[in-house]
Design a protein around this ligand. Structure first.
Ligand code: SAM
Length: 242
């Protein structure tokens, strides 16, 4: 493409993703605030509103990292419980420490596992969320079919992810922000320019919302749909296992 992406082999993608999050884990939360000017908090709040957590609900938050989605869920779901699953032990370590200091530890468990092969039983969770995670997974289809497998019938799937399409008026500014400023800032703060370069490229390679919705349909979900926020910068996809 005109962005000059290198073609990354599947096995290399997994290694790359591991390296990225190992290297940024301790500064991950700070970086989110810096790069989105705090707006990721609003996206996550809105995402949890949409989930509309019920009392005693059990949520599986995949690629849950340092716990942002899990803790917001626990704030709204009375007596709710959450399993945070992430492939990266460093991100989970930061998440567990936050759970302890912020008082969520008794309702949250942290497990290490791959979204494409979840260490979770069939039909066992009321809701499945994945936020800014699925684009890092090597094969999206396999993550979607795992989401379907672990949900109880009637269970809700929700995904929050950057979208490759923004409104045309914003495209130029958005391109220079993401391709020039983000890797530079990432380089200054975490000393890891390449990781942030990878993150930006992975956003542009992710399918546009209509195409991703079709993949969710293909995994067997019903009542699927999506909405975008911030002029198309992020999309929320949803579906139900009937
Ligand atoms: N959900 C958190 C949030 O919104 O702040 C963390 C998002 S972070 C950008 C992406 C996370 O996906 C990382 O913690 C990374 O380790 C995890 N991840 C990448 N590939 C994964 C996979 N195949 N299975 C599970 N987690 C994965």
């Amino acid at each position: 493409t005109h962005f000059g992406f290198k073609t990354v082999k599947e096995s290399d993608k997994a290694t790359m993703v591991r390296g990225v999050f190992n290297s940024v884990a301790d500064r991950y939360d700070l970086m989110n605030d810096v790069m989105s000017a705090g707006v990721h908090r609003l996206w996550k709040d809105s995402f949890i509103d949409e989930l509309n957590p019920r009392a005693q609900m059990h949520l599986l938050d995949v690629a849950g990292g340092t716990g942002d989605i899990a803790f917001r869920f626990l704030d709204t779901a009375k007596q709710g419980t959450v399993t945070v699953c992430d492939i990266n032990a460093e991100m989970l370590r930061v998440g567990k420490a936050r759970a302890l200091t912020q008082g969520y530890a008794d309702r949250a468990e942290f497990v290490c596992g791959d979204a494409m092969k979840l260490p979770v039983s069939d039909r066992s969770v009321d809701a499945y969320t994945i936020a800014f995670g699925i684009r890092n997974v090597t094969r999206f289809e396999e993550a979607l079919s795992e989401a379907y497998r672990v949900l109880k019938p009637g269970g809700r799937f929700q995904c929050l992810e950057f979208s490759p399409e923004v409104v045309p008026l914003l495209q130029k500014a958005y391109d220079s922000y993401s391709f020039t400023i983000i890797p530079k800032m990432g380089g200054w703060i975490t000393k890891d320019y390449d990781s942030y370069q990878y993150l930006v490229e992975s956003i542009r390679k992710f399918p546009p919302p209509a195409k991703f919705k079709a993949m969710i349909d293909a995994a067997g979900f019903e009542r699927t749909g999506f909405r975008t926020m911030s002029a198309g910068v992020v999309a929320v996809h949803y579906g139900t296992r009937i």
